[in-house]
Design a protein around this ligand. Structure first.
Ligand SMILES: Nc1nc2c(ncn2[C@@H]2O[C@H](COP(=O)(O)OP(=O)(O)OP(=O)(O)O)[C@@H](O)[C@H]2O)c(=O)[nH]1
Length: 248
């Protein structure tokens, strides 16, 4: 859903391959930029989660999501990072699998990290997680995209359909962190879920951890044969000159 109250929507997310998308990890004022997409079934609390993280508030009244992009700054290990959070429309499930439209796929491709949300009050929203995780991985083939699984609406235990323990098991099977949260009742858990994700992306973005850089630092540079040759010739020329001087 989309937030009814007036909030800073900075832009539509750029199409993959556009100049804006290509600027990748540098945001305004040269700050490093972390781009996060929040995905999941309809009504699980994606907008509520994003709004809680950005404003600390739970408003509880939203209109259907139109795919808004929001921004905020966070401090990660002493560094101020710009974070863009993309709220997405709820994913529908059809008989032959997930129904992910191109808008959603573009958003997933654009992201450096993904928050996958389900609600403990909606078993169907839990059932689509594995497929959704697989879909995200297919859109980021060849990279290990940081992801976190969030089980929302933990305050509604009396109508729960999914045991949070199942969420934990699924997260460890998928290789991502797991947070059980109540967006309506607790800010800290929401903050922690985003914080852990930002930290992971931030570490991934560090130049020292890029494979290219690591490779160059591991393989010793061969000495240039030309340089050695030059040195040898220089020494020869020098000793010849010394000989000429002494003979005079
Ligand atoms: N009790 C409770 N209600 C919540 C919680 N989080 C969200 N809600 C409510 O769940 C409903 C759906 O929340 P949204 O944030 O609009 O869900 P969404 O995933 O963005 O929905 P779509 O836009 O349809 O995809 C709203 O009425 C929220 O107030 C929660 O932690 N506890």
């Amino acid at each position: 859903m989309r937030l009814i109250q007036n909030m800073c929507t900075i832009a539509e997310y750029p199409a993959a391959g556009s100049a804006a998308a290509a600027e990748c990890c540098l945001g305004a004022a040269g700050r490093r930029l972390v781009k996060i997409a929040v995905v999941g079934a309809s009504g699980v609390g994606k907008t509520a989660l994003v709004v809680r993280f950005l404003t600390r508030r739970f408003i509880g009244d939203y209109e259907r999501n139109a795919g808004n992009l929001y921004t905020r700054q966070v401090q990660i290990e002493g560094e101020s990072l710009a974070i863009q959070v993309q709220d997405t429309p709820g994913i529908q499930v059809h008989e032959n699998g997930l129904n992910c439209n191109e808008q959603l796929n573009r958003c997933i491709r654009w992201a450096d990290a993904v928050v996958i949300v389900f609600s403990i009050t909606d078993h169907k929203s839990y059932e689509l997680i594995s497929q959704l995780h697989q879909h995200v991985q297919q859109l980021h083939l060849g990279t290990r995209l940081p992801m976190v699984l969030v089980a929302n609406k933990a305050d509604l235990l009396h109508i729960k359909q999914v045991d949070p323990q199942l969420g934990l098991q699924l997260a460890s099977m998928l290789g991502c962190s797991f947070y059980e949260v109540s967006v309506s009742e607790n800010y800290n858990d929401v903050y922690n879920a985003f914080h852990v994700l930002c930290k992971e992306v931030s570490h991934k973005q560090q130049p020292s951890s890029t494979p290219e850089k690591r490779r160059t630092s591991l393989i010793p540079r061969p000495k240039s044969p030309n340089m050695q040759d030059l040195k040898r010739r220089f020494k020869q020329a020098l000793s010849a000159k010394v000989r000429t001087v002494t003979s005079v």
